[in-house]
Write a protein that binds this ligand. Structure first.
Ligand SMILES: [Zn+2]
Length: 322
């Protein structure tokens, strides 16, 4: 799309593909739907949380502040209809990030909070009363049993954050894993604002190694499918292949010559050229397939991170001086 910016100053991006559209929130700004049996998901259209409504209490999975008090309304609506208690007895943190946990404290202190041991360490560091630290922590795996239901929590290494865990509901055919795959949409800036790029790139294989039909990925307005994970994986694999090609084919010498004694100007010229060459074919391929692929900053900054990870994590970063 090369048409000029529209009146609101936004460039004219490609239309959102139908596959990226989600549910419509109600007048209060939330949608709550059944995932399977007594497992429900809640969204405001951009963020997602989930809860199990058991006879012994509600188990809440994440508390995005953008949904906030609508979590309480969604739980009250469902538990009243199902005739079970609306008391939240347990809460699970997917990871420590505030945009997925910042409404935790509105459920009070009489809740058992569960999270990875690294989540506890990071929440102690961040020292935010809106996000009480977990009371129960684990290193590798933890089985939560409440009201006859079973949830398997596991940590399989750092990815988006050092503490991001897999939340498997084996009796609900569902996996919850946040901030790696965005159903129908590209990752936002810098591989979805992730800290460990090789871990981020490896995570979808782990996601697919669990048995599930429904996937709660944390963002946008619908649940994800196994096909969504495959499309995301292909987008990342295409960026990786394109970055390898660009690293091998862009000649750095002219950029360093042009930079003269300003070495960092040479670095900028070279790496920008590699990033542009990496991103361009991927933007062309995925525009109309994954929503917002044509927001160049997103694919460009993700391409930059992956290209840097290929150089710095895997190597070689450059030729060895003879
Ligand atoms: Zn996050």
């Amino acid at each position: 799309m090369t048409s000029p910016a529209s009146g609101d100053g936004q460039p004219d991006y490609a239309p959102i593909p139908p596959s990226a559209r989600g549910v419509t929130p109600n007048e209060q700004g939330y949608y709550v739907g059944r995932v399977e049996r007594n497992l429900y998901w809640v969204t405001d259209g951009v963020y997602q949380a989930a809860f199990l409504a058991t006879p012994d209490g509600v188990v809440l999975f994440d508390t995005p502040p953008s949904i906030g008090h609508n979590l309480r309304r969604a739980i009250d609506e469902i538990t009243a209809a199902e005739g079970v208690t609306n008391r939240v007895t347990h809460m699970v943190y997917s990871h420590h990030h505030d945009d997925h946990t910042g409404a935790s404290s509105i459920f009070g202190s009489d809740v058992v909070r569960i999270g990875h041991e690294e989540t506890r360490r990071l929440l102690l560091r961040d020292n935010n009363p809106a996000r009480p630290v977990p009371d129960v922590t684990f290193a590798d795996s933890y089985t939560l049993e409440v009201g006859g239901e079973r949830v398997e929590l596991s940590w399989r290494g750092p990815n988006h954050t050092p503490d991001n865990i897999y939340i498997h509901f084996p009796d609900h055919d569902t996996l919850m894993f946040i901030d790696v795959v965005n159903a129908g949409w590209v990752p936002i800036y810098n591989v979805n604002l992730s800290e460990d790029v090789p871990g981020y790139m490896a995570a979808p294989d782990i996601v697919l190694s669990f048995p599930w039909t429904h996937f709660i990925c944390g963002h946008l307005g619908r649940l994800a499918t196994r096909d969504d994970v495959l499309v995301h994986q292909q987008y990342i694999a295409d960026i990786e292949a394109s970055a390898r090609e660009a690293l091998a084919s862009v000649n750095p010498v002219p950029y360093y010559v042009a930079g003269g004694e300003n070495f960092w100007a040479g670095v900028k010229g070279h790496l920008n050229a590699v990033t542009e060459r990496t991103a361009a074919p991927v933007i062309a391929k995925y525009t109309g397939v994954l929503a917002a692929a044509d927001i160049a900053e997103f694919t460009y900054s993700t391409a930059f991170q992956i290209m840097q990870s290929l150089r710095l994590d895997r190597g070689p970063s450059g030729p060895v001086h003879p």
